[in-house]
Design a protein around this ligand. Structure first.
Ligand code: FAD
Length: 574
């Protein structure tokens, strides 16, 4: 093993997955080098839909003020038929994770804000014009070759880009390599030949325009068989149009303004002149790598999975990946966990990415038909489905979206306290035997799902994560969790970064602050949502991970055993 590696973590690519990962590692004091083949970060229009879960990660990154100006909260999505009748509305209500469920956003501006946020960390560098070209596995890490890339004259690059000049090739050693190089990832191809799934033959042209000539907010997916389209109102007066291209329309035609105007013509007031920002042609892929991690090498984001854009899940899935991975890598690099913890990244993220890919492909099938008979049948079926309020709510509340729920990984079975599995046996027989738990509304265990983030403390309240921190928490309802652990366990909490939290009704706050352990963070349940949550599952305490997923849930008397099981599940060495 080399005595010293050049860096703890090397990240290939500087797209959003890489930049978010670099931030989350930078915050934890890990040394990170990011190498990017381009001379800038990508500035052309891409993602437009951002989820609440991703925004919770932005909150963790302390980048809320920097990113919110490039978003519009509460983005509603409607699928309309050829006559403009709404077939389906997606307008999820509530803010269970502390943020509106869906934002409209401008990806290049958000990516740029995250990139600039990295200047806060002396331990993170981003090196442009450097392409990863070779990977060699060495004892305890990797040695990669990076080639200096000379760009063609006239390449458009971002005004803020930092340009590093290097000659020829050089080598970098790292304890861990994370490939975030997008769909053509060199690292994925090194790990596996299998990128299982489909590439759809249909091309779509994406056209972003300034000075939105329509002005109507929100998202319309036009299931129009004569030419399926998309029309989206975005921040800063930008509108996105997307149109399906037919086989006899060559890709180069999109450079012709008359052709573009003919595509959009039906959707614009007569005589409108378009202020086009950029146009690009895409095909959609639905693919998932069969491996996300081997040894000291991992992949994340588009490098690991590609999905059609309809549900706006590519960027979001990349953020989910790296939010899952960052805390694990940080613990391992700091010697607080064994390498096996990285296996849980693979099992936890791969199944969920597959579910998102499948759902995104289904949406393409829903809006894409150009056969009028098929489109007619779809529209009639939608009318029938919409007669049922339950079916309408299913779509409106986005219940079709598969929320991550980790059945295996760094979790503990609530029933058996078995490490590594969340609900092998999800009947919760033990809980049902206990009289006080008979009223549990939700029979499923919350283990493996994301913990809520309500507003807490005094009116108007603050988001709970801002009070309880960004590492592990044992969160108890109504009493001091400190009473349920041994001194030895509490010493381990200090090493692993576990903060104890007591949520209490506002009527109990003074008592709690006077009598609870000085290290316990007392949270006042301003909205009543915390009490409702603990009541729903009829439990008294949970262990949440730094990515805010529930790792253990149960009665307070089981909390100590829960911690011992979690140490095994997460290969903790504290
Ligand atoms: C039209 C369109 C609309 C979209 N809409 C949405 C949406 O609404 N919501 C959503 O969530 N997602 C959306 N997406 C998807 C989203 O843009 C991507 O999923 C996201 O950018 C992936 O981020 P990434 O960091 O994983 O990869 P990328 O953003 O692709 O970044 C990869 C980076 O790696 C660099 N690189 C490649 N090879 C190397 C190498 N060998 N060495 C060094 N660097 C390398 C590349 O230059 C690039 O900068 C959309 C995409 C498109 C095209």
């Amino acid at each position: 093993m080399p005595e010293k590696f050049d860096t703890d973590v090397l990240i290939a690519g500087a797209g959003p997955s890489a930049l978010v990962l670099a931030t989350l590692l930078g915050q934890r004091g890990i040394t990170v080098r990011v190498v990017e083949q381009r001379r800038d970060i990508i500035d052309y229009p891409r993602g437009v839909g951002l989820d609440d879960e991703s925004y919770r990660t932005f909150q963790q990154m302390d980048l809320v003020e920097e990113t919110l100006p490039f978003t519009i909260p509460h983005h509603v999505m409607r699928i309309v038929d050829a006559n403009g009748n709404v077939i389906m509305t997606n307008n999820p209500q509530g803010e269970p994770f502390g943020w509106p469920r869906k934002f409209g956003f401008l990806q290049p501006l958000i990516d740029n804000a995250v990139y600039h946020g990295l200047s806060r960390f002396d331990n993170v560098t981003v090196e442009f014009n450097r392409e990863l070209t070779n990977i060699e596995e060495i004892d305890g890490g990797v040695r990669v070759t990076v080639k200096h890339v000379t760009h063609e004259e006239g390449t458009i690059y971002h005004e803020d880009a930092i340009e590093h000049e290097y000659d020829g090739e050089s080598q970098i050693t790292a304890r861990y390599l994370v490939g975030c190089e997008g769909g053509r990832s060199f690292t994925r191809k090194y790990l596996t030949k299998e990128f299982t799934g489909v590439t759809r033959p249909t091309r779509w042209v994406v056209i972003d325009v300034n000075n939105d000539p329509l002005g109507a907010p929100n998202v319309y997916l036009g299931a129009d068989p004569s030419r399926p389209y998309v029309s989206i109102g975005l921040p800063r007066g930008v509108r996105r149009f997307e149109y399906m291209l037919f086989d006899d329309e060559p890709t180069e035609r999109v450079e012709d303004d008359d052709f573009v105007e003919s595509l959009i013509h039906d959707h614009l007031p007569e005589g409108t002149k378009l202020d086009i920002i950029r146009r690009r042609v895409f095909v959609h892929h639905g693919r998932v790598s069969d491996v996300f991690r081997r040894g000291h090498i991992m992949i994340a984001g588009d490098a690991a999975h590609l999905m059609p854009v309809w549900l706006g899940q590519g960027f979001n899935s990349g953020v989910r990946d790296v939010t899952n991975l960052a805390w694990k890598l940080a613990l391992i690099v700091k010697g607080l966990a064994g390498d096996d913890l990285l296996d849980t990244y693979d099992v936890e993220r791969r199944d969920h990415a597959k579910a998102m890919v499948d759902l995104s492909l289904t949406f393409e099938d829903l809006i894409g038909p150009t056969n009028k008979k098929i489109a007619f049948l779809r529209d009639q079926a939608a009318k029938v489905v919409n007669l049922s309020p339950q079916a309408r709510n299913f779509f409106s509340d986005m219940k079709f979206k598969p929320m991550p729920r980790y059945g295996r990984g760094a979790v503990v079975d609530q029933e058996t306290l078995e490490p590594g599995t969340a609900y092998k046996n999800n009947t919760r027989k033990k809980v049902a035997r206990i009289f006080t738990a008979r009223n549990a509304v939700e029979k499923k265990s919350p283990v493996g799902s994301m913990f809520i983030q309500p507003r807490v403390n005094e009116v108007p309240g603050v988001r709970m994560d801002d009070v309880i921190g960004r590492e592990f928490n044992f969160i108890a309802w109504g009493q001091d969790p400190a009473r349920f652990f041994t001194d030895e366990q509490r010493a381990e909490f200090k090493k692993a970064g576990v903060t104890l939290v007591a949520c209490v009704s506002p009527t109990q706050t003074d008592w709690a602050k006077e009598t609870f352990d000085a290290d316990t963070v007392v949270v006042s349940d301003l909205t009543g949502e915390l009490k409702k949550w603990f009541d729903k599952y009829a439990i008294g305490i949970v262990l949440t991970r730094p990515d805010k997923f529930v790792a253990f849930a149960g009665f307070t008397a089981d909390a100590g055993k829960g911690w011992e099981a979690f140490k095994k599940a997460a290969s903790l060495a504290v």
